[in-house]
Write a protein that binds this ligand. Structure first.
Ligand code: CUA
Length: 354
């Protein structure tokens, strides 16, 4: 009698735990605008086709495992409670021993095999759908090159080169806009991961890996380099800006314009060239054509500095120009030992690069 009462209490607890778990699993956040930064990365809040496929498979695996846990744990609990030693027990004889029961052997062999087959088939299907996607429309091609410690971003069709902030159009159900990423590395192995948009993919030298995203909700999604690539691995951040199609088109049009030469910043331009900034950075329409560092043609379009290490504002830009090693120790941009006047001039120039 007492044992069945105890079981009821346990079921209540388990039921509450399951409800709590289910309530916290699927993400319910929905972006309202393209400016909203999804600052909490959550693999259970997928946005777009590949991440949703991964999430469904993960939930299926978790639910099956939860079922197994409940059955095994329940039986164990039942046995512990039902057959525990009671004070009234004085029977010390051995319980009946069961050997070679075909029914029991089958019961603990066949269902586990079936479960493993189901898990394997479901996983293989998801892997296939992600590795060999059937795009619902012609995908936008974006080439992403990992560098220590930043991301080069190229749009071959539009002849655009930028860095660290990847602008893409949103996918509506009626108008899917898949984006195919070609991942390459300029130096060591990196990893590309934006948890809401897809799983992780390797970014390695001498090989191009294809990856894809199809974000279905506006917002700014944050991602990380997933492979330890050096001192500033942790500050090799990714921002995917998912915009309405017309906003994306406007962004493309702005990026395709060369920056307007501003007569007031000639001294800054000269200081930029004189301090050999241009041997690492490109600014379209000038003699600066380096490719070792990020392209700065539309520098002010970016919201962050140093691949997401700090917001792109006056104070940080000044600190960055004075000594990048302060903001991002170990980054490959050296301290150029600029004096305050040079910093002011170069800063004024960079701020015109819209
Ligand atoms: Cu690049 Cu870690």
């Amino acid at each position: 009698m007492t044992s069945s009462k105890g079981l009821k209490g346990n079921y209540c607890l388990i039921r509450r735990a399951v409800l709590l778990l289910v309530a916290t699993l699927p993400g319910t956040v929905d972006a309202q605008s393209a400016d909203q930064v999804r600052s909490v990365q959550n693999i259970f809040a997928p946005v777009g086709a590949p991440a949703e496929l991964l999430n469904q498979t993960a939930l299926l695996v978790l639910l099956i495992c939860l079922g197994i846990f409940l059955v095994v744990g329940g039986l164990l609990l039942y046995a512990v409670l039902r057959y525990r030693q009671k004070t009234t027990d004085d029977d010390t004889t051995e319980p009946p021993q069961v050997y070679g029961s075909t029914a029991i052997e089958l019961a603990w062999t066949v269902p586990p095999i079936l479960i493993v087959v189901v898990l394997a088939l479901a996983t293989a299907r998801t892997v296939g759908e992600i590795q060999n996607p059937k795009f619902a429309a012609d995908p936008l091609q974006v080439r992403i090159v990992g560098h220590r410690f930043w991301w080069e971003v190229r749009y071959p069709k539009y002849n655009i080169v930028t860095a660290n902030e990847i602008h893409v159009p949103v996918s509506y159900l009626s108008a899917p806009r898949p984006i195919e990423l070609t991942l390459a590395s300029a130096d060591v192995a990196h990893g590309f991961w934006v948890p809401e948009l897809n799983g992780k993919e390797w970014v390695v030298p001498d090989r191009e890996n294809k990856w894809w995203i199809q974000p279905s909700s506006l917002g700014i999604y944050l991602g990380n380099c997933t492979v330890l690539c050096g001192y500033q691995h942790a500050n090799m951040l990714i921002r995917v800006v998912v915009e309405a199609p017309e906003d994306f088109d406007a962004w493309v049009a702005r990026q395709q314009q060369p920056p307007k030469p501003d007569p007031g910043t000639e001294e800054g331009q000269k200081a930029f060239a004189a301090n050999s900034c241009g041997s690492c950075h490109t600014i379209e329409g000038t003699t600066s054509n380096g490719i070792f560092g990020p392209n700065l043609t539309h520098f002010m379009d970016r919201k962050t500095l140093g691949s997401g290490v700090a917001p792109n504002d006056d104070a940080n830009l000044k600190a960055w120009l004075r000594d990048p090693q302060q903001l991002k120790p170990g980054c490959l941009m050296p301290d150029m030992k600029l004096d305050p006047t040079q910093v002011q001039k170069i800063m004024a120039y960079l701020k015109t690069l819209n």
